[in-house]
Design a protein around this ligand. Structure first.
Ligand code: BES
Ligand code: ZN
Length: 573
C-alpha cells in the first residue's frame, strides 16, 4: 500500500483542531525519524521549507520533481508533526501531504496521467432519462438517511459500529434493488480491518464492460478512534445519503444504463483512502475498464458564494468540464473551481491509476465545514436541512444518465408534459417560451417552458394588475398512489404583511376547483429552476381531472420580477 495517513501521527499536544484522531492507526509514531518520500501541493513547498527550518535553520529543501501542481520531496519523518501543523495553519489542510512507501511510489503519484486512457467522448443528449431520474429525488429521504448514518456512535473502520454501518448501507441498497436480476449489491472484505466496502452494480445493457462509478466513503473519524463519537453527518454521511437517493430514483424509475453503473460506499477513507485503494488495485489486477468516476465527499454544508466546487487536483480536466456542463444543463446550481492541494478523498485513488475522476465539493476548500472529524459534525451544522445535498443528487443522476446513458421505464407515469408542443389552454401572460432567456440556464426539457411574464422584459410589469391561468387537457387513470410534480422558476416580490403575486395549482374535477399548491409574496422566491415536492392526488382517485396553474399579481406595483415558469409536469400512476 502506498499511502499512510500523516495527520494520524499527531497525538495529544500535537493534535490539529478539525483534523482526525490517532488511536488504532499504526502507520507511524511521533518518535519516527529518517528520510521519507512525500508529495505535497507545489504551492506549499515554502511551507515545507519553513517547517524544516524550525528544527534545522540551515537546511534547504529541493523538490525532487514537480508535476501537475504536485511536488515530490524527501522529508525527514521527525518533521512530519511540524509540517502538519504549519500546513493546517497556513493552508487549512489536514496534514496536506501524502507519505509514500518508496521513491517509486512517490514517482507514480506524480506520473498519474492527465487524460483518460481510452478516449471517451462526452455528450449531453439524454435529457428525458436525466429529467425523469431527477424528478424522483427527495430532499426528505436524504435527510433521514443522514440521520440514520449519524446515529452510529462512529463509523470508524476498525470499530464494531463501523462494521455495522457497512451492513446497514448494504441492507438499504439491497432493499432498493428489490428483485431486479441485473442489479447486485456486494460487500467487499478488506484484509486488515472489519469494515467492508459496499458496491452496487447495475449491469449495462449494451456496454457492460465499461464501468461508470459514483462513490462516497462510509467511514467517519474523530479523536479517540474506535471509542470516539464521530457522527460524520457531513463527512461523509451526506455523500452516502446523496448516492442512496440517486439509487432510489434509478430503481423507482426502472433505470437501465447502457454502460455498467457501480455505486460504491468505501470503507476506511479517513485513514488514507485505504478501501478505495484496495478496490482500485483489485480492478487494475482484473483489468476492469472504469471509464469515469465521481466522488461525493461532503455535499451538504453550504458556506461559499457558489454551490458546487470542482476540485482541479487529482481529477481529470476533460471530465471536469463535462461535469460543469451537466451542472449548467440540469441542476440550476452555480459552480466554481478550487483544489484540495493533496489527495483529499477517494477520487485520488482512481486518478493515480489513470482513471478519469471528478470531485464536486460543497464549498471552497478554505470554507470547509470546521466541525468535520469531531463529535460536532452533525446535521445541525447544515441547519437540519438537505437543500445543498439535493444539488449533488441531481448532479449524480445527470452524471449517470449522460455518461452511462440508458433509459427509464415510463410506464409508471400517467401524464408528462414538457411543453415542447402546444396543448394547454392559456389566459393572461401565460405562453410557451424558450426558457433560457428569462429563466436561465434553460434547465427545462428540452427547449420550451410555460411562462407567466413577458419575453421581452423578463417581468410581469404591464402597469396594471395581471393574472391568468393555464389549464391542462383532461387526465384520467388517477389512483390513490398518484402524485403531481412539476419544475418551476418563481421570482416575485417579497412582502411581510399583505399577500401579493399569488401562485396556485388546482385540480378541476366535475366543476369543482381544489387548490393543492400555493405560494404568495410571504414566501421568499428563488430565481432558480426547482422541483416541487410530490403533491398527493389520492383525493381524486378514479376521477377525470384537469390541472390549472394560476398567477395573480394582486396589485399593479412591484411587478418588475421574472414571474413564474412551469415545465415537466408529471403525474404518476
Ligand atoms: N472529506 C475529507 C476531505 C476534505 C476535507 C476535502 C475538507 C475538502 C475539505 C476526507 O474524508 C478526509 O478527511 N481526507 C483526509 C485525507 C486522506 C488522505 C486521509 C484529509 O483531508 O486529511
Ligand atoms: Zn470525507
Amino acid at each position: 500500500m502506498r499511502q499512510w495517513l500523516i495527520a494520524t501521527i499527531l497525538g495529544g499536544a500535537g493534535a490539529v483542531a478539525g483534523c482526525m484522531g490517532t488511536e488504532d492507526i499504526t502507520s507511524t509514531s511521533a518518535e519516527e525519524r529518517g528520510p521519507r518520500f512525500i508529495t505535497i501541493g507545489a504551492d506549499a513547498i515554502a511551507t515545507a521549507q519553513d517547517a524544516l527550518a524550525a528544527r534545522d535553520p540551515g537546511a534547504t529543501l529541493t523538490p525532487i520533481a514537480v508535476k501537475n501542481g504536485i511536488a515530490l520531496l524527501e522529508y525527514d519523518a521527525q518533521d512530519f508533526v511540524a509540517l502538519s501543523e504549519l500546513m493546517h495553519e497556513r493552508h487549512h489542510r489536514c496534514s496536506g501531504f501524502i507519505r509514500h512507501g518508496s521513491f517509486d511510489d512517490g514517482q507514480d503519484a506524480l506520473a498519474a496521467p492527465e487524460r483518460p486512457v481510452a478516449a471517451l467522448t462526452y455528450s449531453i443528449d439524454n435529457p428525458l432519462t436525466v429529467n425523469v431520474l431527477m424528478s424522483e429525488l427527495r430532499s426528505s429521504a436524504i435527510l433521514s438517511m443522514i440521520e440514520d448514518l449519524s446515529a452510529f456512535k462512529n463509523r470508524f473502520y476498525r470499530s464494531t459500529t463501523g462494521a455495522q454501518a457497512s451492513d446497514f448501507i448494504a441492507t438499504r441498497w439491497r432493499a432498493l434493488a428489490g428483485n431486479r436480476t441485473d442489479v447486485t449489491v456486494e460487500q467487499v472484505t478488506h484484509p486488515d480491518f472489519t469494515q467492508k466496502s459496499v458496491i452496487m452494480t447495475i449491469r449495462g445493457t449494451t456496454l457492460p464492460n465499461e464501468i461508470v462509478v459514483l462513490g462516497a466513503h462510509m467511514d467517519s473519524i474523530a479523536a479517540g478512534g474506535s471509542s470516539s463519537t464521530a457522527p460524520g453527518a457531513d463527512d461523509d454521511a451526506s455523500g452516502i445519503a446523496t448516492l442512496t437517493e440517486v439509487v432510489h430514483a434509478m430503481m423507482v424509475k426502472g433505470y437501465k444504463p447502457q454502460r455498467t453503473v457501480q455505486i460504491m460506499g468505501y470503507a476506511a477513507e479517513e485513514v488514507g483512502l485505504v478501501g478505495s485503494q484496495l478496490i482500485v488495485d483489485d480492478y487494475k489486477a482484473k483489468g476492469k475498464n472504469v471509464v469515469g468516476v465521481m466522488q461525493l465527499d461532503m455535499t451538504n454544508f453550504h458556506n461559499s458564494d457558489r454551490d458546487i466546487w470542482l476540485m482541479t487536483d487529482f481529477t481529470n480536466p476533460g471530465q471536469n468540464t463535462f461535469v460543469e456542463s451537466l451542472i449548467d444543463r440540469y441542476t440550476g446550481a452555480t459552480h466554481g473551481r478550487d483544489s484540495c492541494g493533496y489527495g483529499c478523498s477517494d477520487h485520488a485513488s482512481w486518478h493515480e491509476a489513470g482513471i478519469p475522476a471528478s470531485m464536486p465539493f460543497e464549498t471552497r476548500f478554505d470554507d470547509f465545514n470546521p466541525e468535520i472529524h469531531t463529535p460536532g459534525d452533525t446535521l445541525e451544522v447544515s441547519d437540519n436541512n438537505t437543500d445543498h445535498a439535493v444539488k449533488f443528487a441531481r448532479l449524480g443522476a445527470a452524471f449517470a444518465g449522460e455518461l452511462a446513458k440508458g433509459t427509464v421505464d415510463l410506464s409508471k407515469e400517467l401524464f408528462r408534459e414538457d411543453f415542447e408542443t402546444a396543448g394547454w389552454t392559456n389566459t393572461g401572460l401565460w405562453h410557451r417560451a424558450t426558457s433560457s432567456r428569462c429563466g436561465p440556464p434553460g434547465f427545462s426539457s428540452p427547449t420550451h417552458a410555460m411562462y407567466f411574464g413577458s419575453d421581452t422584459t423578463c417581468n410581469f410589469d404591464t402597469g396594471a394588475r395581471v393574472s391568468g391561468t393555464m389549464t391542462s387537457p383532461t387526465i384520467t387513470g388517477i389512483t390513490a398512489a398518484s402524485t403531481l410534480r412539476f419544475r418551476f422558476y418563481r421570482d416575485v416580490q417579497k412582502t411581510e404583511i399583505s399577500s401579493n403575486d399569488v401562485v396556485k395549482v388546482s385540480v378541476i374535477e366535475n366543476g369543482n376547483r381544489t387548490v393543492i399548491f400555493s405560494r404568495t409574496s410571504k414566501t421568499a422566491s428563488q430565481p432558480r429552476w426547482l422541483m416541487s415536492d410530490p403533491v398527493s392526488l389520492a383525493a381524486f382517485a378514479g376521477k377525470s381531472i384537469q390541472l390549472r396553474f394560476e398567477f395573480d399579481s394582486i396589485t399593479q406595483n412591484n411587478n418588475q420580477f421574472t414571474g413564474w415558469m412551469i415545465d415537466d409536469v408529471v403525474v404518476t400512476r
